[in-house]
Design a protein around this ligand. Structure first.
Ligand code: 13P
Length: 249
């Protein structure tokens, strides 16, 4: 089943977050995909209560690599598990730009998340300059090489990669499905070569996904799902994306 993940970024009060969860869980469309919702940290407990007993999964937008200590403002993997999360984004490009997250830190976050039973969603993607100068493949190799460093095949299998070209995020200019599929193939080959994994790496596409284009990334393509920002915020737009997904269940 395809994954449809909603990254709310810095949006929604607790009340808005709970009403989104209530609307989406009530729809039979929610069974068409593995739905994962990624609220702000402070909204996680209320959304977890609302989603309890539903099949919609919960995740966080970041996770730290230490479990406890003098790390002001950080949130530990076990704290996320305690709050009901099964997933955590790692090194989203907005965090790379604004909070200094990098590939080395991503590797530590991925290992810590795996050690505590969370599924990391590792975000990689080239910027506009890397794309226009044709150096995007090398840029991506650097990201997944370091991100997956030291992981066994069994560990690598539990990581989800989100390919999110920075130029496509929030721009209304998505990578087309063929571009996304080409990169997904390269990431798979690279991760397989590095970790010894032979199959089963899940890869999402993210960047200006919307109801009109979501179907192109799913179904019979190299993608296992999508990671959606803007179009995930309004529950009816989110349900419209689920409606566009062919019901394979
Ligand atoms: P948009 O869907 O708004 O382009 O954001 C994509 C994204 O960054 C999801 O993590």
């Amino acid at each position: 089943m395809a994954i449809l993940a909603a990254n709310w970024k810095l949006h929604k009060t607790t009340e808005d977050a709970v009403s989104w969860a209530r609307a989406v869980k009530a729809s039979p469309l929610a069974r068409r995909c593995e739905v994962i919702v990624l609220p702000g940290f402070l909204q996680i407990p209320a959304v977890a209560r609302e989603l309890h007993g539903s099949q919609i999964a919960l995740g966080a937008q970041d996770v730290f690599w230490e479990e406890s200590g003098a790390y002001t403002g950080m949130v530990a993997p076990t704290q996320l598990r305690d709050a009901g999360c099964a997933y955590a984004l790692v090194a989203h490009s907005e965090r790379r730009r604004l909070a200094g997250d990098d590939d080395r830190g991503a590797n530590a976050r991925i290992r810590a998340a795996l050690a505590c039973g969370l599924t990391p969603i590792y975000c990689v993607g080239e910027d506009e300059k890397e794309r226009s100068t044709g150096r995007f493949r090398e840029a991506l190799v650097g990201q997944y090489d370091v991100g997956f460093e030291g992981l066994s095949a069994q560990e690598a299998r539990r990581v989800i990669v989100a390919y999110e070209p920075i130029w496509a995020i929030g721009s209304g200019q998505p990578a087309n499905p063929a571009q996304a599929a080409e990169i997904a193939g390269a990431i798979r080959d690279g991760v397989f070569a590095r970790t010894g994994l032979e199959s089963g790496l899940r890869i999402l596409y993210g960047g200006s996904v919307a109801p009109e284009n979501v179907a192109g990334y799913l179904g019979d393509t190299a993608m296992d799902g999508v990671l959606v920002g803007t179009a995930s915020l309004d529950p009816s737009e989110f349900l419209a994306m689920l409606e566009a997904v062919v019901d394979d269940g």
